[in-house]
Design a protein around this ligand. Structure first.
Ligand code: MG
Length: 253
C-alpha cells in the first residue's frame, strides 16, 4: 500500500534529509587513503549523537553499523570495519539513513579515494547522472516505471549494467515502504505518480555484468565478475511543481 504524505509531512522529511545530507557530506569529505571504513562509521555515529537523531540502519534486521560502506566491486551493504583501510585508487559507496521526528531519510554517494582511474571516474559520473535522470522522471501523472526506464536506458547507453537484486523504495514512517523502485524496466507501467509520493531512488551500476553475490557475512553484495560498482541515492517527493529533492542539493550529487 502506498502512503501519500501531506505537505507538512514532506516538510518534516525535507528537514530529516537535510541532516542526512549534512552528515553524509562530512563523512564523504573524510574519505582518504589510510582511513578505515570503521573510522567513517564512528564519525557518522558521533554526528548522529550530537545532532540528536537516530541512525536508521544500525539494528535494522540485525545490521551492525550506522553506515553501509561498499568498496570497489562491492555493490551495497558492506559492513564498516577498522580492518578495512581505504587505499589510493579505491572507490567507496557510503549509504546512510536516519529517523527524525518519526520520518526516515536515506541517501548514498560513491566517492573516490585519492586519485582513481578514468574508468572509475566515468562509472561514478554515469551512476550519478542516472540518478538525476531517474529523479527528473518522477513527475506527477507519470508512471513509476518511467523512473526505472530513465535510469536503465541511460546506464545501458553508456555500456554499463544495472543491478536487479536491489531496488529503490518508498520511504516515510518506515525505511522501506511501497512501492519498490527497480532500476530497470520498460516505461509506462506501474502506479501513476501522485503528489505526496516519497521515494528513495538508488541506482546501483556495475562496470561489467549485472549479477551480484552475497558474502558469507550475510550482507555485503559484490559483483560476480569482480567489476567495479557504484551507488547513488536520494530521497525525493513528487509535487505539483515537479520532483522535490528532499534535503536539498549536496556536493557530489
Ligand atoms: Mg535506500
Amino acid at each position: 500500500m502506498i502512503v501519500y504524505k501531506s505537505r507538512e509531512e514532506v516538510g518534516t522529511m525535507d528537514r530529516c534529509n537535510r541532516e542526512v545530507v549534512r552528515i553524509l557530506s562530512a563523512v564523504a569529505a573524510r574519505v582518504a587513503p589510510g582511513v578505515s571504513t570503521g573510522d567513517l562509521d564512528r564519525q557518522a555515529e558521533r554526528m548522529c549523537r550530537e545532532a540528536g537523531v537516530k541512525p536508521a540502519f544500525k539494528g535494522y534486521r540485525g545490521f551492525p553499523c550506522v553506515l553501509c560502506t561498499s568498496v570497489n566491486e562491492e555493490v551495497v551493504h558492506g559492513i564498516p570495519s577498522p580492518r578495512k583501510v581505504l587505499r589510493e585508487g579505491d572507490i567507496i559507496g557510503i549509504d546512510f539513513g536516519i529517523v527524525l521526528d518519526g520520518y526516515y531519510g536515506d541517501a548514498a554517494v560513491t566517492v573516490p579515494v585519492g586519485r582513481v582511474s578514468p574508468e572509475a571516474q566515468e562509472l561514478m559520473r554515469v551512476t550519478r547522472e542516472s540518478l538525476r535522470r531517474g529523479i527528473a522522471a518522477a513527475r506527477a501523472e507519470s508512471r513509476l516505471s518511467d523512473v526505472s526506464a530513465a535510469i536503465q536506458g541511460y546506464v545501458e547507453s553508456r555500456g554499463y549494467s544495472v543491478v536487479r537484486e536491489f531496488v529503490g523504495h518508498g520511504i516515510g514512517t518506515s525505511l522501506h515502504e511501497d512501492p519498490q523502485v527497480p532500476n530497470y524496466g520498460a516505461p509506462g507501467s506501474g502506479p501513476v505518480l501522485k503528489e505526496g509520493l516519497t521515494l528513495a531512488i538508488e541506482p546501483m551500476v556495475n562496470a561489467g555484468g549485472p549479477a551480484v553475490r552475497i558474502h558469507p557475512d550475510g550482507w555485503t553484495a559484490s559483483t560476480v565478475d569482480g567489476s567495479l560498482s557504484a551507488h547513488f541515492e536520494r530521497s525525493i517527493a513528487v509535487t505539483a511543481d515537479g520532483p522535490l529533492l528532499l534535503g536539498g542539493e549536496m556536493e557530489g550529487l
